[in-house]
Each structure stands twice: as structure tokens, then as C-alpha cells.
Design a binder for this molecule. Structure first.
Ligand code: ZN
Ligand code: ZN
Length: 450
């Protein structure tokens, strides 16, 4: 097989010190950093000939790079070899008995395919194989090409592939007698400005770095509650959408709800109740599946689906402002199959789990509170979609009634602090759940150990 060195990944503990060496002492050019939020990593590429060095900086304490640095110190993390045909390369390695981390290639960034070889097979080095996708130039690099300063090199104009095999996506928590399992349907991207409403980009880009199309990465994290019954709250975007939709929203479902349910030891047959916070596509898309014959049916064959009546009315009668978020295929088949239960009031859905209308994001948006054995958690959906939305005024531009969001959010966060609630953030790219503390007049997000 022909393989070309694409880049060398170096885990860095102190970025400034690393730049002092690679940029200042060696005098190399460092490109603007690129974030891989799903891995909590920031990559700084340093071109060296046809290959590059990739300085990998952890952006959160639970980043795989932080774990690597803690365990082994900063240093060589992986090397990436570019091959023409990754399937052929994997087949060849398998036939030679080489141990692989990825038995099949999986999608990397920008249309590439990647697979990791186990370090034991490669004499102590983590080796990533990469088959390049179509070349995508960022605005920054486009300018360089136009200015003729240097020619575009395919190995350099692609976003770095995720440096570790999988995002950490399944986490288990206990609330009294109830088991809570945070699962994941992958990641998508929405306009950063729309995600933070009136907050200026100068402020939000520090906590949610945008891509070249101004989009930020968001996770879709449904929650499993196991108690008297087995419930799932929301179900991600699902897989009925087109390639065009996938491109617009930057969908990354390489690891999705099917995978994470299996990792949690569950299958679609185990789910008895599906609870909807609201019916937007990133929450309800996974409620249904399309069969081979093109027919759309409920995805969880034994489940009753619980939806707020007002939300159902709005979703089935969309207007110009909200129709881009409501797709009938995601919910109409539930009524047709007779598995729909509409609820009007705040109430208990199964022992320990209650719904509470917040309004704001949509008129009938609801959250779930989970209570058992003196402990309490809340699944806050689009009321507080990520940890970056904890400050009062950080409210999505998508919200139909932002002042209602503000009021509901203040009430919930006060309660979260006073009752030490475990808060589940459905769209946070890196943190499934956290506690909120008030210190020196400000709020702090304390990651919850799973
Ligand atoms: Zn929504
Ligand atoms: Zn959402």
C-alpha cells in the first residue's frame, strides 16, 4: 500500500510554551486553530513541507487529550498516514493479523474516512489511516491561494480528523432508585448567532468557536430513565433526512442513537415511553424510521409517545416562522399508529418523572424533572440547551417567546442551585450533565461525575 505522511499529532499541555518552541524558536508558521468540539480539542496546524504537525490542546478537563497528558505527559499522540483506498488498507492489515481499533473506516472531518490502528500493532505508536475526502478550503486558505503565496496542499486544507476513536457519549447517573443514562444521536451545527440571540459574537465565539460558515457544534443527547418503566426523553434527529439536509446542518451521526442505546445495553424494543419536550426535528426526528418500502413508522415498537397537546397543535399547523423545524414525518405517523398520548397539564408521566411547561422556545415547550430518594434532576431541553446558555441573557434567537424563556430559566436555575439539581444539557457538545452553583454573585457549572 502507498501511504503518505499527512500529519503528526502532538499532545500539548501548555500551549504558550509549545508555541514558544515551534513558532518562535523554530520559526515555523502556525495556522489559526481549528476546534473539534466533540473531542474537546483545539488543533493548531504547523505546516512542515507536505505534511504538518498538529498541536493538540485539550479544551475541557474531560477531553481525551487531557486524559492522555495526565497519564503519559505531553508528547507524540498519533501519526496519520494518508492512503488512496482505506478499505484495501484495512483488508491488508487484517490479513496480516494487525490489531485494529476500527475494524471498519468511519467518517472523519470534511468527507474523509479514517481508521485507527492499535498502538500494539504499530510498535507503540497510535496510527491513524486517512482517505482524504473532497478538498474544502477555508476562507483563510482561499485568500492565501488567491494571493499566490503558496499552493494549496490537500493534506493541509482539510479539517483535522478527530484524534481519538470515539466521543465519550454514554454516561450513567443515579437519582435515588432511578437510573439515568445519557445517550447521544451524534452532532449537528447551527448558526452561532442564532444560538445566542442578542449576545455579540465577540463574547460567544470564545465559548463556542464557529466554523467557516459561522456554525457551532451541538450534540443531541436524549436521556433514558429506568425505573418502574423504561423511558426515553427526546430521540435526536434520526436518519430520515436527505444528504442536502445533512450538509446544511453539518450532521455527524457516525456514532448515533443506535450505537449508544446498544452501548447502554438497550434496544428499541426496551423503550416503553417516549417523552417529547417538543417536536423540533433535532428532538423528534428519531421518533420514527423509514422502512425499506419507504413507509415511515414509529421507531420504538412497544412505546407510547407522550406529547404536549399545545405543541402537537403547533407542530401540525406550522407557520412561516416555525415550519423549518417541524417535519410531519417525525410525528404524524405516531397518531396514525395509535401510539400518541397528548397531555394538557403538568403531571407525572411515570413514577418520579414529571413534565413542566416552560413555554419560551415554543409556546408549549416542556422540560422533565426526575425525583427519587431525595435527589432531583432536570432535563431542560431547549430552555438551557448548552452550558454556555446558563447566563440569564444567553437565550437563543430561535426562541419564539424569549421573555418567557428568561422567566422560566431564572425559576429553574434558582431551584437548581437550592435543590442541588443535576441538570442535563441536551445540546452541549461536551458535557452531558452538571450541577449549578452560585459563587460571588455568579453561576458556576460543576461537571457531574457519571
Ligand atoms: Zn427546539
Ligand atoms: Zn433543539
Amino acid at each position: 500500500m502507498k501511504a503518505i505522511l499527512d500529519h503528526v499529532g502532538i499532545a500539548v499541555k501548555d500551549l504558550d510554551a509549545a508555541l514558544a518552541f515551534y513558532r518562535d524558536a523554530l520559526g515555523l508558521e502556525v495556522e489559526p486553530p481549528e476546534d473539534v468540539p466533540s473531542q474537546r480539542v483545539r488543533a493548531h496546524f504547523v505546516p512542515v513541507g507536505d505534511a504538518s504537525l498538529e498541536l493538540l490542546e485539550a479544551t475541557a478537563p474531560d477531553s481525551p487529550i487531557a486524559a492522555f497528558v495526565d497519564k503519559r505527559g505531553p508528547g507524540l499522540h498519533h501519526i496519520t498516514l494518508r492512503v488512496d483506498d482505506i478499505h484495501a488498507a484495512i483488508a491488508q492489515l487484517k490479513s496480516r493479523g494487525s490489531r485494529l481499533i476500527d475494524a471498519d473506516p468511519r467518517p472523519g472531518a470534511e468527507g474523509s474516512l479514517v481508521a485507527f490502528i492499535h498502538p500494539t500493532a504499530a510498535h507503540g505508536v497510535l496510527v491513524e489511516l486517512k482517505q482524504a475526502g473532497p478538498v474544502v478550503r477555508s476562507a483563510h486558505r482561499e485568500r492565501e491561494v488567491v494571493a499566490g503565496e503558496r499552493t494549496a496542499r490537500p493534506g493541509l486544507v482539510q479539517k483535522p480528523a478527530a484524534p481519538t476513536p470515539h466521543a465519550d457519549t454514554v454516561r450513567r447517573y443515579a437519582i435515588g432508585d432511578l437510573e439515568l443514562i445519557s445517550v447521544c444521536d451524534g452532532f449537528f451545527r447551527l448558526d452561532g448567532g442564532a444560538m445566542f440571540g442578542v449576545v455579540p459574537r465577540r463574547l460567544w465565539e470564545r465559548v463556542a468557536p464557529p466554523d467557516e460558515r459561522n456554525r457551532i457544534t451541538l450534540a443531541m443527547r436524549p436521556l433514558i430513565v429506568r425505573g418502574a418503566r423504561t423511558m426515553i426523553i427526546d430521540a435526536g434527529v434520526g436518519d430520515k433526512e436527505t444528504a442536502k439536509f445533512s450538509e446544511i446542518y453539518g450532521l455527524d451521526r457516525a456514532r448515533n442513537l443506535d450505537h449508544t442505546l446498544a452501548e447502554a445495553g438497550l434496544s428499541v424494543e426496551d423503550i416503553e415511553i417516549v417523552l417529547a419536550t417538543h417536536l423540533h426535528f433535532d428532538h423528534a426526528g428519531g421518533f420514527t424510521v423509514r422502512d425499506a418500502d419507504g413507509r415511515v413508522r414509529p421507531r420504538f415498537p412497544r412505546a407510547q409517545y407522550v406529547v404536549r397537546r399545545g405543541e402537537w397543535e403547533d407542530a401540525t399547523h406550522p407557520n412561516e416562522r416555525n415550519k423549518a423545524s417541524y417535519f410531519a414525518d417525525n410525528f404524524a405517523p405516531l397518531a396514525a399508529a395509535g401510539v400518541l398520548q397528548l397531555v394538557d397539564e403538568d403531571q407525572t408521566i411515570m413514577p418520579g418523572v414529571r413534565v413542566r411547561r416552560t413555554g419560551g422556545h415554543t409556546s408549549h415547550h416542556q422540560i422533565a424533572t426526575i425525583e427519587s430518594g431525595g435527589k432531583v434532576a432536570a432535563y431542560v431541553a431547549d430552555l438551557i440547551p448548552t452550558t454556555a446558555h446558563v447566563p440569564n441573557a444567553w437565550i437563543m434567537g430561535y426562541d419564539l417567546y424569549p421573555l418567557d424563556t428568561l422567566a422560566a430559566k431564572k425559576t429553574l436555575l434558582k431551584e437548581a442551585v437550592e435543590r442541588e439539581m443535576l441538570i442535563f444539557f441536551e445540546h452541549d457538545p461536551s458535557m452531558a450533565a452538571a450541577y449549578i452553583r452560585e459563587e460571588d454573585g455568579g453561576r458556576r457549572v460543576i461537571p457531574a461525575p457519571a
